[in-house]
Design a protein around this ligand. Structure first.
Ligand SMILES: C[S@@+](CC[C@H](N)C(=O)[O-])C[C@H]1O[C@@H](n2cnc3c(N)ncnc32)[C@H](O)[C@@H]1O
Length: 497
């Protein structure tokens, strides 16, 4: 990059840091205002293919101080000469406007730039545009949209419904509306939270983007939550490039360690491995870069012939039947806190020994005492593992029945206990690094739902049994789980192939 461009980028980066320091946390949160670090802005700009025509009509909705539009022009100007850039920026925050205009003006000394700054709500403007049947105007969009929930009664939600867009967050609204304003074959690059890739809330959004565009590229950061860490945003972000109405081809998936976007690694992945367009859920699978030697397990949950359910006791609804003073004969009520070192202890290490009265109402919530495997439904973002599974061993309970609280998922056999070897095998497999890793590939949230567990692949029953047999001769710890999986699943995989 020439000296003038480098100086502009550096100045902008200093301004971004200063601006960000001076802006209060509440203001940032009100405006969903987390400015893109310079290195990421340039990297996003570098994703666009070389411009073919002589005019670029660029949109930067929610432009902040103009870092993304600026990065786009500086990067493209390096690669292709003789382009006229027409830039439209939308921004509602008064505090940014002076800097934004100045950034765009400074670009004029480097490239042939015309610009307009709209101090207007982008959603309102875009909906207006569509309602008037105006044609899409942009050839390129670059955006880091505001991240904020849209409540069902909000004016944004009502406006968006006028143009058949159903979204739960401003970021997806910005991407959807930007796509609407993009010309056929045009490109859009956005940095957005990963949460849209799965889950029912974002299904209408996925439907909208996949019906109108193809995914050309996805970039992932190995160190999650790192992109806006200076703004304390603990949110896993991805960068996605879409092309409006282009033909389906392989998707380029790239990885970098963190926001410095140094040492980018790339691979090309079949489109249908990223998203199955015939599926109902349209989950976007973002494969992580990994050296992990993950075994190829192919058994679907339904073929295992076992079941998994959410713990049926919702404690605030059953309060009158629950007691913390329990005898050995009481019906134990198991909470996530009862899991200790992959085994369910009652009482827990912190002496949690809740129980439930046995009566006509509670009887249907009970499981016969036996072997079960429980998985915690919630973890915090900071926890290393999403999946924490514990073994329920009948020898640890004197009662005829046990109960599971609603913050747990329970693996069982038609409401009864599992075969012991299978239960042990599941404990090893569910707690393995590979399972956790695969789980995260399609789950962007910290919750572990029954439907997620059912969607995963498992080793065959005979391999689970073999895992269980080996685990019974060992202690419960991560190293043992990995070792026996390497012996039973990975080495047998190699023999099979
Ligand atoms: C996540 S920041 C990104 C800023 C800039 N694009 C960047 O990457 O540094 C989102 C910006 O959108 C602005 N914004 C929020 N709601 C908006 C709206 N409805 N219309 C236009 N801009 C909005 C915020 O003030 C904020 O500056």
């Amino acid at each position: 990059m020439d000296q003038e461009s480098t100086t502009l980028i550096e100045t902008l980066e200093t301004q971004r840091t200063r601006f960000s320091h001076r802006t209060s946390v509440s203001h940032k949160s009100d405006f969903g205002q987390y400015l893109t670090p310079g290195a990421i802005a340039l990297f996003m700009a570098s994703m666009f293919p070389n411009v073919k025509g002589s005019v670029v009509k660029l949109l930067d909705p929610g432009a902040g101080i103009g870092g993304l539009a600026c990065a786009f022009v500086l990067n493209m100007n390096q690669r292709v000469q003789g382009i006229h850039y027409d830039i439209d920026c939308y921004e509602i925050d008064d505090n940014t406007l002076l800097k934004l205009t100045k950034t765009l003006q400074e670009l004029r000394s480097i490239a042939d730039v015309g610009h307009a700054v709209f101090h207007k709500d982008f959603i309102e403007e875009a909906v207006d545009h569509l309602l008037q049947f105006n044609k899409p105007k942009y050839t390129h969009v670059i955006l880091n949209p505001p991240y904020k929930k849209i409540h069902s009664s909000s004016s944004h939600r009502k406006l968006l419904r006028l143009v058949d867009i159903e979204v739960v967050n401003l970021y997806s609204a910005f991407v959807s509306m930007s796509l609407e304003l993009l010309q056929n074959d045009g490109y859009l690059v956005a940095i957005i939270p990963r949460s849209f890739c799965n889950g029912t809330y974002y299904l209408p959004f996925r439907k909208h983007i996949l019906a109108n565009a193809v995914i050309r590229r996805i970039h992932l950061f190995e160190s999650r939550n790192s992109v806006f860490k200076n703004d304390s945003v603990l949110q896993e972000n991805i960068i996605i490039m879409l092309q409006k109405s282009g033909a389906i081809d392989k998707v380029e998936v790239s990885y970098s360690k963190d926001q410095s976007v140094a040492d980018v690694k790339c691979k090309r992945i079949d489109y249908h491995d990223i998203v199955d367009l015939k599926s109902r859920e349209l989950i976007i699978n973002v494969p992580y870069e990994t050296n992990y030697n993950y075994p190829k397990v192919e058994t679907s949950f339904k073929h295992l012939g076992i079941m998994v359910s959410t713990g049926p006791v919702v404690d605030f609804r059953s309060r009158e039947y629950i007691s913390s003073e329990s005898t050995d004969e009481s019906i134990p009520l198991i909470y996530p806190q009862n899991i200790h070192k992959f085994r369910v202890l009652w009482p827990s290490v912190k002496e949690l020994k809740a129980s439930i009265n046995q009566n006509a109402v509670t009887q249907k919530l009970m499981y016969e005492t036996g072997f079960y495997v429980v998985v915690r439904r919630f973890s915090s973002k900071e926890e290393k593992r999403r999946i924490v599974a514990g073994l329920v061993h009948p020898a640890d309970f004197k009662s005829e029945y046990i109960c599971f609280e609603n913050h747990l998922n329970v693996f069982h056999n038609q409401g009864k206990g599992l075969e012991s070897d299978i239960a042990y095998g599941l404990v090893a497999y569910l707690n393995s690094e590979g399972f956790d890793h695969e789980f995260r590939i399609f789950s962007g949230h910290t919750q572990v739902n029954v439907s997620d567990l059912k969607r995963m692949k498992y080793p065959s029953l005979s391999r689970l049994r073999e895992l269980g047999i080996r685990l019974q001769k060992n202690e419960f710890n991560h190293q043992v789980f990995e070792d026996i999986i390497a012996e039973v699943v990975i080495s047998e995989d190699k023999q099979d192939s």
